[in-house]
Design a protein. Sequence first.
Length: 167
Amino acid sequence: MPKYRVCFVCTGNICRSPMAESVFRSHVADAGLSALVEVDSAGTGGWHEGDGADPRTVAVLEAAGYEPGHRARQFRASWFAGLDLVIALDAGHLRDLRALAPTPEDAAKVRLLRSYDPAASAAQTDVPDPYYGPLDGFEECLQLVEAASPGLLAAVSEAVKEKEHTP
């Protein structure tokens, strides 16, 4: 069976999206879905292509027990065909990704991460960019990612089941 593919996207792919990738990959593994779900990340821009995650991202992930291995890359429109779900970390990424999508079906694959957090209101859709701030912004980012991960995992688990039963 083909894997269900999820890609997290932020601006430079060194803070928010690699954090979401690491956290969600851990949730997928804990659920026993690693053989069925592939998780990665990218940025809307290519400024940091090839770089590792920001050291503050790595520190926060490691302190919380997550594996932080990562190399930044820029999201490409051609990737939509191989992805099932594209998770934007804020409304600007959502807008940019939907504009980049080659088809309406591809644009429909793009969702905001916080839409999977039942405690987030309609006014709280973004995971704030911690890059220009202190370490506590990275810790807040992790909290927001962790809060949305169970809801995202439930949605992906359901989609994987549906994909298994579709000829």
